[in-house]
Write a protein that binds this ligand. Sequence first.
Ligand code: FE2
Ligand code: FE2
Length: 301
Amino acid sequence: MATESPLFTFAFVTDLHFDRQHDPATPLVKGLNAGIAHPRPDFVVFNADTIDGHPDLAEMAWQNRTVKSILDGLEMPYYTTCHSHDVSLEKETTPDNTYRRAFGGEAYDFIREFPGGFAGIFMSGCYVDDLGNYRDLKDGDPVSAAWLRKALDGLKGRKVLFFYHFPVFIPRKPVDAELRRQIRPEMEAHYFSMKKDNPELVRSIISAHGGVAAHYAGHCHVNSLNVHDGTYYVTTSALRYKPCEYLYVRVFQDRIEHRLIRGYDPGEQPWFWGPLVDEDHLTPEAYHGGNPDERDFVIAL
Ligand SMILES: [Fe+2]
Ligand SMILES: [Fe+2]
């Protein structure tokens, strides 16, 4: 029986939060190279919070350098973006930061061509660029917004996959802020959402193109899905935290198939958000891992 082959496949991985105590990178690299859970992907995307970060810059440098050396063991290309854990905005206030020194200058914002006329836009945030601009789309910075508009203008009529760490939609219904504060005192209630009008700004830029199949995000450490103007807004859970999953993605001319794969065993670990639920996610497991329709979905093109 003939089986249809995808145009290309990739693994979408986010929020490794690598540090001296937690190394989700090594088992992931081993599993992807060996093609254990699925055939080897054509490439891998690491969508920021790749390291946990640290107040000491020497430790930040060690984390970025070390995780890079582990990811270099992948036997396929990989792409990275950065966000608030990868760069210490308090201390790394110039373009010369520990993330860039480890991953190289092009690691911030770039475009890649994929088979079948697809293109990928990779966007970083929470860093200072070569002109001294603070860059983060989630804060509505005009340089990032202009860069994204221009990138999409150059890809008119194309099918686009957009990779950027911060979700545009709130992945979970607002829960009792007091409850969240009790569980995660260091987290603010607005952790889940972009502030002010910035979600509308980003959505309008994406919608204006008309061909962005999906925005792939991380950050919130839950699996979630929203659809708006024909674009799927995908949020994938953290590899480091339960359920420790990444997305295996198969791209065909007429559809994109997604499957969540467990990539790391953290041993005994509490749920990242604690025993939270919301009106659509009735158990902590569903709150973090998503409902079935958020875990297994196909984008028709
Ligand atoms: Fe994170
Ligand atoms: Fe994050």
